[in-house]
Design a protein around this ligand. Structure first.
Ligand code: M6R
Length: 364
């Protein structure tokens, strides 16, 4: 049941700290501060190329995984939505490996991509939340997210659990390929293990997100911007807002603004920016400033270090806990989910069962 919560989604949002803790403890050895992966169907040290594929939010988790795998493991990664991959006639190296991501493990397109990848002699690992699912059974190996049942149609805790698993996988790949030092791995696993506590803090500072939600409810269009591993989270923010509140939203890489979307900038189109401090902060901040200079209303998520610079032009700045840039996408996923949730509640849409959607899309 929903317990004391109004919606399954609200309950599931509040499960973030526990789910992230359970999932991270499963794939990190606290004593050695190293990723502790289950046995994989391929050797991460020698895999020539990785194909990542999934649908919807699971695909966006995979996109973050791609940034991580390239960054800390220097492994060539290709990623695509499953409904494209399966009909694209992809060119894949013999001995290649694939990672498919799915909460349900029953998504028709992802399952079809899985079958195609195996036919193409790729060794397939699935990251799933349901251990007896079709995908888990048909893969060469499966890694479980420890999210528990997710009832709300909008993915929340399963998404962040997918991110947690992908982060651990990236670290394990990095070590196996000899490109991640033990010290660096220890530093990053420590940063990961702090995320559940930060998630709990974020859920307490709900009021600020509620205020932000009030600014969004009347909008017809909303833009979400981010760079690097925050770009897929911007896409996820837009997807969540669309599916829950039926407000039209688009996610863009901040650097793409001047190639078209900046033409949309107008006081009626709020811009939600994901802009934590880190190597890409200045770049993103300058894209946001350009949008503000053209009348855009910037609402930014950042941390204490990033806040002063953004306050000079942003209408609202929500300060999240300061974390290593590696884990920032996991942390930023939570407020964009909360934002979509609150906007939907304010608009009175069906939060747990948005129109036209199914929890598991088992037909093509
Ligand atoms: O069960 P799956 O993870 O394979 O589902 C994939 C998508 O259908 C799913 O993530 C969908 O995009 C959600 N409704 C997003 O909140």
């Amino acid at each position: 049941g929903k317990g004391n919560y109004r919606h399954f989604m609200e309950k599931e949002l509040h499960e973030h700290p526990v789910v992230l803790g359970d999932t991270l403890r499963q794939y990190i050895d606290p004593a050695s501060r190293a990723a502790a992966l289950p046995s994989l169907p391929f050797d991460p040290a020698t895999v020539p190329r990785l194909t990542l594929s999934a649908c919807g939010s699971a695909y966006l988790a995979a996109q973050v995984g791609r940034y991580w795998l390239e960054q800390v493991a220097r492994v060539p990664v290709d990623s695509d939505i499953a409904s494209e991959l399966r009909y694209r006639d992809p060119v894949l190296p013999e001995g290649g490996a694939a990672i498919l991501v799915s909460q349900s493990g029953e998504t028709a397109d992802t399952l079809a991509a899985l079958r195609l990848l195996r036919q193409l002699k790729q060794s397939v690992l699935s990251i799933v939340n349901v251990d007896e699912s079709s995908m888990a059974r048909e893969s060469d190996g499966a890694v479980l997210t420890v999210a528990g049942p997710e009832i709300g149609v909008a993915s929340t805790k399963a998404f962040t659990a997918q991110l947690a698993v992908l982060a651990c996988l990236a670290l394990g790949f990095g070590r196996a390929r000899g490109v991640l030092s033990a010290d660096e791995e220890a530093r990053l696993t420590a940063a990961l293990l702090e995320v559940p506590g930060h998630a709990a803090t974020l859920l307490e500072s709900n009021d600020e997100i509620m205020d932000l939600a009030k600014e969004i409810t009347a909008a017809r269009d909303v833009l979400f911007l981010g760079r690097g591993s925050l770009y897929p989270i911007a896409l996820e923010g837009a997807l969540k807002l669309k599916e829950l509140s039926y407000i039209h939203a688009e996610g863009y890489a901040a650097g793409e603004m001047k190639h078209g979307p900046i033409a949309l900038i107008d006081p009626a189109v709020p811009v939600i920016a994901l802009c934590p401090s880190g190597p890409l902060f200045e770049k993103t901040a300058s894209n946001l400033q350009e949008a503000a200079a053209r009348g855009g209303r910037i609402m930014a998520f950042t941390d204490a270090e990033g806040a002063p610079a953004l306050r000079r032009f942003a209408e609202r700045v929500v300060v999240l806990p300061t974390v290593d840039p590696f884990v920032a996408p996991i942390l930023h996923a939570i407020p964009v989910q909360l934002l979509a949730y609150h906007v939907a509640v304010m608009k009175g849409t069906d939060v747990d069962q948005p129109r036209n959607l199914a929890k598991a899309v088992t037909v093509e």
